[in-house]
Design a protein around this ligand. Structure first.
Ligand code: PEP
Length: 252
């Protein structure tokens, strides 16, 4: 994985006011200042994006949104577009998180429009894919991953595939305290990479595949050492500068 810079991204979900976000970033910056060869991302709610971009400027911390619409503008009450995010100097955007798919009706059809739109706007998409517990038990994990990757990346041109970050997040491991075993994480992340390889072998070698699902300070090193795991998408453990900075350290 030497050629792929690891990325540790913290998904705050619907947590933190601007004041709380400021306190977090001031605690995080000195803790990650000496790390190199790792990219650090924080994914705050929309309301804290501007403040976090300003506070993180000049550091290794990059700021990502948690969702966006596929249209540039229009009658879509409550939504935010790619140009609106790039205007703020936001670095990227999480797309297709399982909570958006489950609670807000996010579809693969919408994601097929969102992923290329993010790239066109200069945003780095973090596309989330993963199976439910029931799908894993049925033996449908690979079928689910193949379906999501094929649909969601269908309109991404070959020469941009490597610019997408793909987060493999088994739904049964998100916020549950259950972590995929290293064998499960490696197998699924290698499978995701192989799916990209069906479109472009070069992109498969360059694309970053993250693991997400109850990553914590005490299991991060083992997961991040896996050959096809290029980083982590971290929920609960990203809400405080410590343990988040310990997880970043495990990747650097
Ligand atoms: C997530 O929501 O992307 C996630 C991985 O959450 P947690 O780390 O809390 O399981």
């Amino acid at each position: 994985t030497a050629a792929r810079t690891p990325l540790i991204a913290g998904n705050w979900k619907m947590h933190k006011t601007v004041e709380e976000a400021e306190a977090f970033i001031q605690a995080l910056l000195p803790r990650v200042a000496t790390f190199d060869s790792v990219d650090v991302g924080i994914c705050p709610p929309f309301t804290s994006l501007q403040a976090m971009v300003d506070s993180a400027r000049g550091s290794i911390v990059r700021v990502y949104a948690q969702n966006m619409h596929y249209a540039d503008q229009g009658a879509f009450t409550g939504e935010v577009s790619a140009p609106m995010l790039s205007e703020l100097d936001v670095h990227g955007v999480i797309l297709g998180h399982s909570e958006r798919r489950e609670y807000f009706g996010e579809t693969d059809k919408a994601l097929a429009l969102k992923v290329p739109k993010a790239l066109e706007a200069g945003l780095e998409p973090i596309l989330c894919v993963g199976e439910t517990e029931e799908e894993r038990e049925r033996g449908d994990t690979e079928r689910k991953l193949r379906h999501q990757i094929q649909e969601d990346l269908a309109k991404v041109p070959e020469d941009r595939l490597a610019d997408v970050v793909i987060a493999y997040e088994p739904i049964w491991a998100i916020g549950t305290g259950l972590t995929a075993t290293p064998e499960q994480a490696q197998e699924a992340c290698a499978f995701v990479r192989a799916l990209v390889g069906q479109r472009s072998e070069d992109a498969a070698q360059r694309v970053r595949v993250l693991y997400g699902g109850s990553m914590k300070a005490d299991n991060a090193a083992e997961l991040l050492a896996l050959p096809d795991v290029d980083g982590g998408l971290v929920g609960g453990a990203s809400l405080e500068a410590e343990p988040f900075s310990t997880i970043v350290g495990a990747a650097s």
